[in-house]
Write a protein that binds this ligand. Structure first.
Ligand SMILES: N[C@@H](CCC(=O)N[C@@H](CS)C(=O)NCC(=O)O)C(=O)O
Ligand SMILES: [Fe+2]
Length: 428
């Protein structure tokens, strides 16, 4: 195993065996980053074994698995977060050390400490070929829109700011309003973090977009509308979801005409974000009203497909349909192969870092719910998986729908000034 010192805080290595972990600890390392996906070759120890070896040696451990050509910003930020939290020097490994060094070098460039043109020479000095890092940076420089993701760990949701680099105009997609079901406390820390980013980047908000009425968290669309004045939008079939839940909540006063949003989008509708073209694709299956926003080369596919290692979204909510989800996924996969796909959740399989970005090509190649599967097989697989998921549904479903079918408005205060949620018993 090669182990090369990059600086006082970081060394990169090839694949270590179990004994190497004790040696790392003896050499003064405090943490190990495993940047290698499981199953690359026979005999590879893998995440579970490495985690155990690290624990036995008293080392912190994090799993940031990447494939060379598929590195995303999420991977780079996860690598940096581990470095920032480490209590001492870190050894980061993949098979040869190249991917580990790539993650480090890209972070240095994104933070402005290294020039893009210096990356390959930096690698050569340490004995590594960082041509892949150069290609990542070249591709990124040509991409529009810019996409910044905000992972919300409580509900594993991904919120996005999508901006047109030339005009500095942006849309916010699927923002989360904080809610703690134990105390009933609501909050705006996540939405305020988005506003702080928008302010620091000098962006102007043109749209506040939801992909669907979420069942696991409150939407911050209304709060952000009040803060920015930007119009809110969702899929036109939200009216069907309103009708469905009006009955469940026994809520005669609920308007089911979608008037709680400034704009309702139908399949094929187009709009602009600071000169970037945006198109709406109706993507039902997870909910009756789900839509995908295709903005430039980026599709916000929310709860259709997750990253390839995480399969697809569940279809057992009221109004859900595995067959409809299959059709929606096929429509997304008919986009150009290099289209960037941004998912609405990440449930971190194997305890890996959160990831949310993939491509049409990667989904077709590596998503076990998609690759080599036809509609009948998908429906059978999806329905079988839905039967194994915790019931009843996401734990916040009954809390969240009454807020989200009114565009993220909390219930109106009662005469004592306090707001209350209404929970139907035995309804589902
Ligand atoms: N345990 C989570 C479940 C959340 C959930 O059901 N998420 C939906 C998207 S809103 C999903 O598709 N999950 C897929 C899965 O869990 O495999 C909760 O209670 O909130
Ligand atoms: Fe969802």
């Amino acid at each position: 195993m090669t182990c090369v010192k990059v600086n006082e805080l970081l060394s990169v290595a090839g694949q270590p065996d179990a004994a190497a972990f004790a040696a790392f600890a003896a050499d003064g390392f405090a943490a190990v980053i495993n940047a290698r996906p499981d199953g690359e070759e026979p005999g590879q120890p893998g995440n579970t074994a490495e985690k155990a070896s690290a624990a036995a040696a008293g080392l912190s451990y994090s799993f940031v698995p990447v494939k060379g050509a598929e590195i995303t910003e999420a991977d780079i930020f996860a690598f940096q977060a581990t470095m920032a939290q480490a209590k001492g020097p870190v050894v980061a490994h993949c098979k040869s050390g190249t991917r580990a060094l790539t993650l480090h070098a890209l972070g240095e460039v994104l933070d402005g400490r290294m020039k893009p043109g210096d990356v390959e020479a930096f690698g050569q000095n340490l004995g590594f070929d960082l041509a892949g890092a150069r290609r990542f940076l070249e591709k990124r420089a040509g991409q529009a829109p810019h996409v910044t993701a905000f992972f919300e760990p409580r509900t594993c949701s991904v919120q996005y700011v999508v901006s047109a680099p030339k005009t500095k105009r942006c849309a916010i997609i699927d923002p989360v309003l904080d809610f703690d079901e134990m105390s009933g406390a609501t909050g705006t820390a996540n939405a305020d973090a988005i506003l702080a980013h928008i302010e620091s980047e000098g962006l102007t908000v043109e749209w506040i977009l939801d992909t669907h009425p979420h069942a696991d968290h409150f939407s911050a669309a209304h709060y952000l509308h009040e803060k920015t004045g930007a119009p809110t939008a969702i899929g036109a079939h939200v009216t069907d979801v309103q009708t469905l839940w009006k009955e469940i909540y026994n809520w005669p006063a609920l308007k089911t005409d979608g008037s709680q949003w400034d704009q309702l989008f139908a399949d094929g509708d187009t709009f602009e974000i600071g000169g970037l073209k945006a198109r709406v694709m109706f993507s039902p299956g997870h909910t009756l009203a789900s839509i995908t926003y295709l903005i430039g080369d980026a599709a916000f596919v929310h709860d259709t497909m997750f990253t390839p290692d995480s399969g697809t979204a569940r279809t057992d909510f009221p109004g859900g349909s595995a067959a409809a989800l299959w059709q929606s996924i096929q429509a997304i996969l008919s986009l150009p192969e290099e289209t960037r796909l941004f998912s609405g959740h990440d449930y971190q399989p194997g305890g890996r870092h959160p990831r949310w970005e993939s491509t049409v090509a990667a989904q077709k190649r590596a998503n076990p719910h998609i690759a080599g599967i036809d509609e009948a097989a998908f429906v059978a697989l999806r329905q079988a998986r839905d039967r194994t998921l915790p019931k009843p549904k996401p734990k916040l479903m009954l809390h969240a729908l009454q807020v989200n079918i009114r565009g993220g408005r909390l219930p109106d205060p009662e005469e004592n000034g306090r707001r209350y949620l209404k929970i139907p018993l035995d309804a589902l």
